[in-house]
Ligand binder design. Structure first.
Ligand SMILES: Nc1ncnc2c1ncn2[C@@H]1O[C@H](COP(=O)(O)OP(=O)(O)OP(=O)(O)O)[C@@H](O)[C@H]1O
Length: 452
C-alpha cells in the first residue's frame, strides 16, 4: 500500500497493539510514545497520517497538532480520545484534525477511517494536480482579484507575462506570490515550457548550489552520479526562485553571473551551459533594507527587480475576501463531495473583520476546514476556528469585550452541538446541556439562533 502511518500513544500496550494491527494491514508504521518524539519523526519521514492520543505527558494534544501542522500543513491527523471527552476531540478538529475515534479503539472502525482518510487524500492530491493543469491553461484567470490593489497587481502581471524580463514578487507569506508567478508563466510565451520552482530557504548552502546548477559525478562526497540542476530543468520555461532573500552571499555572486552572462557551470565542471530561463523571484523579506545593511547584493537586487510586483496583505484588500471565500467554498465542496456550502451572514462578517496574518493561505485553510466539518449546507460562525472569533491583532476587539465575546462564541458552539446531538429537539438538548428548556430558549433568542 505504501502509506506511512505514525502512531503516537504513551501507553505501550495500546501502542504496540495498534501498530501491530496496522502493520498486518500492509501499512508502513512508525511509533512514538511521547509527542516530542512524534515531532522528530514527522520532521524526518514522509508521514501520510498521524494517529495520536490526545492526552499525553510532556505536551498537550493541541500543541502536538499545531507542531505537526507547522511541519507539514497537509498531514492528516486522527485523534484517539478517551470515551466521554468529546469536547477535546471537537477542539482538535477545529485545529485541523481530520477525524477522531474514542477509546478503547475499535480496530474495525479505525481501519475504515484510515482507508477513507487516505483515499480522500489521494483524491485531493489528484484534484490539486488537475487544478494546476487547468490553471496552466487559464493563466491569469486562476487568480481571484476584485480589489483595486489586486487588479493593479494583475494588470502589471499580464503586461509583464509576454516579456522575458525578470520579475520580483514581494509580499507577506500566503499572499499568493507563487500563484502570481505561475500566472506569469502560463500567461506568457513560455507557457509550453516547464515551470520549475526552487525554495532557497529550504536547503543548506551546499545543497542549494547543486540544486540550482546541478553537479558532476564525484563533485563532492555523495555525488555518485551527474545531476541536472533547476536551471537546466527550467530550460525553455520559467525558473521561480522562492525566498530569494535567503540566498547566502557566496551564491548571490553565482546567481548574479548567470543573470548577467546567461551561462553557468554544474558544480565540479568547467563546461559552460547556456541559461535559457525566465527568472521570477519572490520573497517575504524587505530586500531593499537587506541591500541597505549589506545582507543582499545591490547589483543582484537590481537584476532581479526589473519588474517589481508587490502583493498587498489580505487585510489591506478586504474586498477580495468575499470572492475568495466563494472560490474556496466551491472548490472544497466539490472536493469533499458536499452540497455546495454557503456562509451565514454572521460567519462572513467575522471573516471580513479578521486580520488574516496568514493571508490567503490562512483563509483557504479556514474554509477547507469548515467545509470538511460542516454537517449541512450552511457554515455558521460557531463552526469557524476560535482565533477568527477573537483575533489577537485586532485591538478594537479587546476594547469591546474580547473575553465576553469568546465566552459567548463558546456557548453558541455548545448549544449548536447539543441541538444537533438531540436531533434538534429542544427539551432533549436542554437536558444534554444540563439547563432548563426555558433557559435554552432564552439563549437561542439572545444569540438569534434558529433551532432546526
Ligand atoms: N488571489 C488568489 N486567488 C486564488 N487563490 C489564491 C490567491 N492568492 C493566494 N491563493 C491561494 O493561497 C495559497 C497560498 O498562495 P501562495 O503559495 O501563492 O502564497 P505565497 O505568497 O507564495 O506564500 P509563501 O510566501 O508562504 O511561499 C495557495 O493555495 C494559492 O492558490
Amino acid at each position: 500500500m505504501g502509506h506511512t502511518i505514525l502512531v503516537v500513544e504513551d501507553e505501550r500496550v495500546q501502542l504496540e497493539s495498534i501498530a501491530g494491527f496496522l502493520l498486518k494491514q500492509g501499512y508502513r508504521v512508525m511509533t512514538a510514545d511521547r509527542p516530542a518524539g512524534a515531532l522528530v519523526i514527522a520532521g524526518e519521514e514522509a508521514v501520510d497520517l498521524v494517529l495520536s492520543d490526545f492526552r499525553m505527558p510532556g505536551m498537550s494534544g493541541v500543541e502536538l497538532l499545531a507542531g505537526l501542522k507547522q511541519l507539514n500543513p497537509d498531514i492528516d491527523v486522527i485523534i484517539m480520545t478517551a470515551f466521554g471527552s468529546v469536547e477535546s476531540a471537537t477542539e482538535a478538529m477545529k485545529l485541523g484534525a481530520i477525524d477522531y475515534i474514542t477509546k478503547p479503539v475499535d480496530l474495525h472502525r479505525l481501519i475504515v477511517m484510515i482507508r477513507n482518510t487516505l483515499e480522500r487524500r489521494q483524491l485531493a492530491s489528484e484534484n490539486r494536480q488537475l487544478r494546476r493543469e487547468l490553471a496552466g491553461r487559464t493563466g491569469m484567470a486562476g487568480v481571484v482579484s476584485q480589489s483595486a490593489a489586486m487588479n493593479r497587481v494583475m494588470s502589471i502581471a499580464s503586461r509583464a507575462a509576454s516579456s522575458s524580463a525578470a520579475v520580483l514578487i514581494t509580499g507577506e507569506t500566503g499572499t499568493g506570490k507563487e500563484l502570481v508567478a505561475r500566472a506569469l508563466h502560463y500567461g506568457g510565451d513560455r507557457r509550453e515550457g516547464p515551470f520549475i520552482a526552487v525554495n532557497c530557504a529550504a536547503l543548506p548552502e551546499s545543497l542549494l548550489e547543486s540544486e540550482l546548477f546541478g553537479h558532476e559525478k564525484g563533485a563532492f562526497s555523495g555525488a555518485d552520479r551527474q545531476r541536472k540542476g533547476r536551471f537546466e530543468a527550467a530550460a525553455g520555461g520559467t525558473l521561480f526562485i522562492d525566498e530569494v532573500g535567503d540566498i547566502p552571499q557566496s551564491l548571490q555572486v553565482k546567481l548574479l553571473r548567470v543573470l548577467q552572462e546567461k551561462t553557468y557551470e554544474r558544480v565540479g565542471s568547467s563546461q559552460s551551459l547556456k541559461a535559457d530561463v525566465r527568472i521570477v523571484a519572490a520573497t517575504n523579506r524587505d530586500l531593499e533594507a537587506m541591500v541597505a545593511d549589506g545582507g543582499f547584493r545591490s547589483d543582484l537586487f537590481y537584476r532581479l527587480n526589473v519588474v517589481p510586483i508587490r502583493i498587498p496583505p489580505l487585510r489591506e484588500r478586504r474586498e477580495d475576501i468575499g470572492p475568495l471565500v466563494d472560490a474556496f467554498l466551491s472548490r472544497f465542496s466539490t472536493e469533499n463531495g458536499k452540497p455546495l456550502c454557503g456562509l451565514s451572514r454572521e460567519a462572513l462578517d467575522l471573516l471580513m473583520k479578521y486580520p488574516w496574518p496568514g493571508n490567503v493561505r490562512e483563509l483557504e485553510n479556514v474554509i477547507q476546514q469548515a467545509v470538511v466539518l460542516s454537517r449541512g449546507d450552511t457554515i455558521y460562525m460557531e463552526e469557524l476556528p476560535l482565533r477568527v472569533h477573537e483575533p489577537k491583532a485586532d485591538i478594537a476587539s479587546a476594547a469591546d469585550g474580547g473575553f465576553t465575546r469568546r465566552v459567548e462564541a463558546f456557548e453558541r458552539a455548545l448549544i449548536r452541538e447539543a441541538l444537533r446531538d438531540a436531533g434538534e429537539v429542544q427539551t432533549r438538548a436542554a437536558e444534554l446541556l444540563g439547563i432548563s428548556e426555558r433557559h435554552l430558549r432564552y439563549k437561542l433568542k439572545k444569540y438569534g439562533m434558529k433551532p432546526g
